[in-house]
Design a protein around this ligand. Structure first.
Ligand code: FAD
Length: 457
């Protein structure tokens, strides 16, 4: 292939990279997008999309198992893992095809191969040198493990867990964060015994403490075991199973061990250090406008320290393209990024936790209201429990929304608008929420916070 010169070179075709490419081409730039594997990256192929397909298959299994509760005669005979895989892969294939078509339709030149940054404005792919007026680094992340804990056999990362061709009788999950609880939820719905091991004092430790407590209660009720505040020491495996030893000597056995302790930045051997990009433990450091220390070189997505979420990557990508085009876009701030923990139950949150809000504004300046989903008709119909906690500054805006219950992830859109637009509960109160929806619960919480609760005290 001959050398290529474009306005923008994007290294990595995941959520962050491809959205930068799409927005840049929309703004009239010529774009080359370098991808060593498949455009769509982690989210499409081994992250958000496939896990949500598994969770849906888990929900179907729960519905079949619990059908009699709703007066429907059904029996759960088991889970056909091959069938689930075909369903999951069908969605990925279709979305992958759609994305390839979109990139092509927008005139983006996709270059297959491993790219290395060789100067402030060049990326090398095999014999081809791609020169850009600007460069976006978007090489993503990988599943981390603990030194000495080797992945292989029965010891899995989320990538292998996704394609496991059987339902484990007993699963051990190391890490009670988003990915760990997601798989725990799926396996439990499919009939596995699950034990989660979490070093911090609570499951989903990045969420508001009251939400974590309710989540733990819900998982306990589902029969999911967990050990919090304990440290992993070692793991061994043989043909019969895996044994995990915890600090203090306690052991846990299972058929598989899922290591879900977080993700590191996938930047090794990409040439960044050689070109002088400032890095910290593999992450690329940027200013708030996502510029690295090298003029013309930007970074987006999981390689930038902070929340590792696909929609953050999308927004980073859009931001950088607009920044290069001189449109002065609004900074993407991590605190106002909506977060969803997909499991049964779901957690959805945006903004400050109660503790953080009090730290920032002082105890007396913060008012909260916790609306119990028991008062919400649709939640009752769905037989889900949970709550919606809303946090405001006294006489000021809403600074946090924290929800737990089945399907509450679908409510985060309104919540994030409210927090990001710095709405006051009094602004929200006159706006209607359709009855009977779970969304109504959000409306009720804000009515209460505005001092005029309807179906609550
Ligand atoms: C199990 C799991 C579930 C998840 N669920 C969710 C979810 O529900 N919601 C959510 O918001 N987020 C979720 N995430 C996180 C989400 O997938 C990531 O935040 C997102 O994919 C980050 O996008 P990115 O563009 O930064 O990186 P990636 O998506 O990792 O893309 C990076 C791309 O760069 C390519 N690349 C790397 N190095 C090179 C190189 N040298 N040359 C060429 N190409 C290269 C890679 O092949 C890859 O395609 C999940 C992640 C996992 C693992």
């Amino acid at each position: 292939m001959s050398d290529i010169a474009v306005d923008l070179v994007v290294l990595g075709g995941g959520s962050g990279g491809y959205s930068a490419a799409l927005r840049a081409s929309q703004l009239g730039m010529s774009v080359a997008l370098v991808e060593k594997d498949k455009v769509g990256g982690t989210c499409l192929h081994v992250g958000c999309i496939p896990t949500k397909a598994l969770l849906h298959a888990a929900e179907v299994a729960d519905n079949a198992r619990d059908a009699a509760k709703f007066g429907v005669a059904a029996t759960l005979h088991g889970v056909d893992v091959a069938g689930v895989s075909a369903y999951r892969q069908g969605i990925i294939d279709s979305k992958f095809k759609g994305l390839q078509g979109l990139l092509k339709a927008r005139g983006i030149q996709t270059i297959d191969g491993y790219g290395t940054l060789t100067s402030a404005n060049t990326v090398q792919v095999g014999d081809t040198t791609i020169t850009g007026k600007n460069v976006v680094l978007a090489t993503g992340s990988y599943s981390k493990t603990i030194p000495g804990l080797e992945i292989g056999g029965r010891i899995l990362t989320s990538e292998q867990a996704l394609t496991l061709d059987y339902v484990p009788n007993k699963a051990i999950v190391l890490g009670g964060g988003v990915i760990g609880v997601e798989f725990s939820s799926v396996w439990r719905s499919w009939g596995s015994d699950v034990t989660i091991i979490e070093g911090l004092p609570r499951l989903v430790p990045n969420e508001d403490e009251s939400v974590s407590k309710q989540f733990e209660r819900a998982f306990r009720k589902r029969g999911i075991e967990f050990k919090t505040g304990v440290r992993f020491e070692s793991a061994t495996q043989d043909e019969h199973g895996v044994t995990v030893t915890l600090e203090g000597g306690e052991t846990v056995t299972g058929d598989v061990l899922l290591v879900a302790i977080g993700r590191g930045a996938a930047t090794a051997n990409c040439g960044f250090e050689n070109v002088g990009v400032t890095m910290d433990r593999g992450y690329v450091l940027t200013n708030e406008r996502l510029q690295t220390n090298i003029p013309g070189v930007y970074a987006v997505g999981d390689i930038v320290p902070g929340l590792q979420l696909a929609h953050r990557g999308y927004q980073h990508g859009i931001f950088v393209a607009e920044e290069i085009a001189g449109l002065n876009p609004i900074v993407v701030s991590d605190i106002n990024i909506p977060k969803v923990t997909y499991s049964e139950p779901e957690i959805a949150s945006v903004g400050l936790s109660e503790t953080k809000a009090k730290e920032q504004y002082g105890d007396a300046q913060i008012a909260t209201y916790d609306y119990n989903l028991a008062g919400n008709g649709k939640s009752h119909i769905l037989e889900t429990s949970g709550s919606i906690k809303v946090i405001r500054v006294v006489d000021g805006p809403v600074v946090g929304v924290h929800m737990i219950g089945a399907r509450v992830g679908e409510l985060i859109g309104e919540a994030q608008m409210i927090v990001n637009w710095e709405a006051h509960p009094e602004d929200i109160a006159p706006h209607l929420h359709a009855h009977p929806t779970q969304n109504e619960a959000l409306g009720e919480a804000f009515l209460a916070l505005a001092g005029k609760p309807l179906h609550a005290m």
